[in-house]
Design a binder for this molecule. Structure first.
Ligand code: CMP
Length: 139
């Protein structure tokens, strides 16, 4: 069954470049409701835990370094079929392959510095939402 929640992070590159407002606008215009949101910065331990599934990958060290390099915006988003619809909205992991008009096509620089994260399954949406937010921070 399709879930109705996903977790996004506006990554350090997009925050540094001043794109928080434009990205949030595109997300809400696409019909997502923000049910939790914060500006925060991941520690090395946080980023290693969040991306633990990638720890054997050659890009893991660079990913952790990049994700801890500055503040991010974390948010839980709600919409019918949220995980799949959000992945359509953000486009391919590699912005060179992202469809025109998607968030990564508009704002990402490279496969590593790709502006936004989106959960890849309903199960991970729940885990990642709980990683960033306490119950009293979700509305
Ligand atoms: P994200 O959706 O946040 O989940 C894993 C991240 O690893 C991915 O976005 C990319 O930003 C990052 N990454 C860095 N290098 C690579 C790579 N070569 N292949 C896939 N993902 C990569």
């Amino acid at each position: 069954m399709a879930g109705n929640k996903t977790l996004t992070m506006i990554k350090p590159d997009a925050v540094r470049d001043g794109h928080i407002g434009a990205i949030l606008n595109q997300i809400t215009e696409a019909g997502f409701r923000i049910s939790a949101m914060k500006l925060t910065q991941l520690s090395t331990a946080d980023a290693e835990a969040f991306y633990a599934v990638h720890k054997e990958r050659p890009f893991f060290g660079g990913l952790v370094e990049f994700m801890t390099s500055g503040p991010i915006v974390a948010a839980v988003l709600e919409k019918d079929n949220a995980v799949e619809d959000f992945r359509m909205l953000i486009g391919a992991t590699n912005p060179a392959e992202a469809d025109e008009g998607t968030i990564r096509a508009r704002f990402a620089k490279s496969i590593g510095e790709n502006a936004v994260h989106g959960s890849d399954s309903n199960e991970n949406a729940q885990v990642e939402g709980d990683f960033h937010f306490a119950g009293r921070e979700k509305f």
